[in-house]
Design a protein around this ligand. Sequence first.
Ligand SMILES: [Fe+2]
Length: 364
Amino acid sequence: MFRLYTPGRILFGHGTFEKALGDCDLIVVSPSIKTKILQRMKKEVEIIEFKRSSKTGEPLERDVHNLKDSLEETKPKVVAAVGGGSVIDATKLALVLMYNRNIDLKNMYIKGVPNTKRKTSLIGVETTAGTGTGISAAAVVIDENSVKHGLVGEALICDRAIYDPSLVISMSRETAAYSGMDALTHAIEAYTSTIENMPADTMALKAVELAGKNIVKAVNGDEKSREMMHYANMMAAIGFANSRLGICHALSHKIGGRFNIPHGKINAMLLPHIISFNSTATNRYNDIARVLGLKTPQDVVEWVKKINKETGIPSLATLGEKFYEMIPQIARETENDGLMKTNPRKAKAEEIEKFLKESFEKDA
Ligand SMILES: [Fe+2]
C-alpha cells in the first residue's frame, strides 16, 4: 500500500500565476521580487514583505515569529507565499503557529508538527526551480545555534501549488545552479530511499532524466531548459514528499547552517560522495545511470562531478580545516537524524565520520 500526498491542486504553465491568484487577499513575498510580482497582479492585494535574516536561504526562528505577527494582524482568508524556499517555508510555519497558540517551534522539533486544520488557505508559488516546497509537506528553519531543522507534517502542505515557468526565467545563474542541484538531489534521494512508492518513484526518476538533460543549459540561461527544470523540480518534490530523502539532506542540514552555505550548493558538494557511499546498498543507481544515458553508478558519480564543475559548484575540500575538525560532531548528529531511516545504507557515527573524512581528502 502507498499514499500519494500532494497539494489539493497543482497548476503548471505560463499564466498560471495570474489565474490562480484571483481569490488571494494577501501576498507574502521577498523584497527582491516584490515589484515584478506586483506588476503581474490583476487586483490590489495586501503585501507582506518577508525579510529573512540568514545568509543561507532558510528562515531563522525569529523571521517566522515576525511573519506570524504580521499574518495575525491581517487575518487573510487566502494567502499566497511567492518566492524561494524561505518565503514559502516561513509562511507554512507561521500559519501553524497562528493556529496552534499553545505550541512553539522548539516543541515541534521534538513532538512534530500538529495537524490542526488551518482556516487560511495557502497557495505556494515557487520562483526558483529547486526547493519543491510548494509541493512538499516540509519546511526548514534555523535555530539560534545555526542548526537547521527540517519539519514535516500534513499541516505544512499547501492547498494549491503554482509552477509558472515565466517566474523562473529571470533567476540568477547562481540561483539556477543551486536550486537546480537541489532538485536533482531530491530526485536521486527520493528514488533511492527505502520507501517504495511507485507513483512517487516514477516522478523522481523522470525528474532525474529531465534535470540531466537540462541543468547546464538552464544555468546558462536557456529559457526552455529553465522551464524543464521547473518540471523536474515539481516532479522531484512529489517524489521526496512521499518517498522522503536520505543522508545527503541529513548532512547538508548540519553543515549548511554552520558554514553559511546555501542549501542546494552544499547538497551538490556532497552528492557525488553520497552516491559512492550509498551505491553499495541499493541497485537503484543503475536505473539512474540508465536514464542519464550512462552505464554504472560510478559513471553517475563522475557525471555529477562534471555538472558541479560546469555550474560553478566547488568541491567539499573548499570547506577547509574548520569543517574537517567538526566532522566527528557532524557525524554524531547525523547518525540520529530522521532522514537516516530512509537512507538506503545504514551507518553509525564512526562510519559516517570515516566517509566524510575520506570524501574531504579525496576532493583536496
Ligand atoms: Fe533540498
